[in-house]
Design a protein around this ligand. Structure first.
Ligand SMILES: NC(=O)c1ccc[n+]([C@@H]2O[C@H](COP(=O)([O-])OP(=O)(O)OC[C@H]3O[C@@H](n4cnc5c(N)ncnc54)[C@H](OP(=O)(O)O)[C@@H]3O)[C@@H](O)[C@H]2O)c1
Length: 185
């Protein structure tokens, strides 16, 4: 079981624009032609912050529209927020706040030996890193720059550095870098 940060970022290190747009990302590659379908098979639980949840509610579920979609994950999900967020009927979502360590323990118990996916954003993943709970980063670097935006991982990790374990190329749009966090491999 690994705790993994799997995400896509711009070349200059942002996972979304400042107004939470991902419109720059989807033209870069067909998600089904990337590592995602294999990755998600091994995920037993996932966690995200409220901005990421809000993006999914707005763009995937389309809550309040005449043709709402389904919550896209069958794994149990933990959503971090200090606010009251819209709830989705039928989705296995636990709304939590505060220290990530007890939440990580609950995720482990629920995942039944599968991996834990930290969906984002970077500040939340940084809290798992700070607690010594992040094992791997799988980052798809898009062939775009945004100039500003939501940061990939707002932490200084220098010595020891992350350990680059693989580089994969998905057409002209994406380069996937996999890193292990030292001491967690
Ligand atoms: N490029 C990609 O593949 C990718 C992947 C994932 C996400 N994204 C996008 O990137 C953006 C990420 O936004 P973001 O950087 O603002 O991060 P975020 O983690 O999605 O949301 C941040 C919010 O999470 C809540 N939070 C974080 N830690 C908490 C804690 N310990 N306890 C309680 N609440 C906590 C707070 O919510 P409250 O203010 O509600 O209290 C905080 O304001 C979104 O637009 C998302 O759609 C992109």
């Amino acid at each position: 079981m690994k705790t993994q940060y799997y995400t896509a970022a711009s070349l200059d290190g942002f996972i979304a624009t400042l107004d939470d747009s991902l419109a720059w990302l989807f033209p870069l590659a067909d998600i089904n032609a990337t590592s995602y379908p294999e990755f998600i098979k091994h995920v037993g639980a996932l966690a995200m912050g409220s901005a990421t949840y809000a993006w999914i509610v707005r763009h995937v579920v389309k809550l309040g529209s005449t043709t709402p979609g389904a919550w896209p994950y069958h794994q149990p999900a933990w959503v971090f927020s200090r606010r009251e967020l819209p709830r989705l009927a039928g989705a296995d979502i636990r709304f939590v706040q505060g220290d990530v360590r007890p939440i990580h323990a609950h995720m482990r118990a629920a995942a039944q030996g599968k991996n834990l996916w930290l969906v984002g954003g970077g500040g939340l993943v940084g809290q798992f890193y700070d607690a010594g709970l992040l094992d791997e980063l799988i980052i798809q670097i898009g062939s775009v720059t945004l100039g500003a935006g939501k940061p990939l991982l707002p932490r200084q990790i220098t010595s020891p550095s992350l350990r680059l374990v693989s580089v994969q190329h998905y057409g002209p749009g994406l380069a996937e870098l996999r890193y292990e966090v030292p001491g967690r491999a």
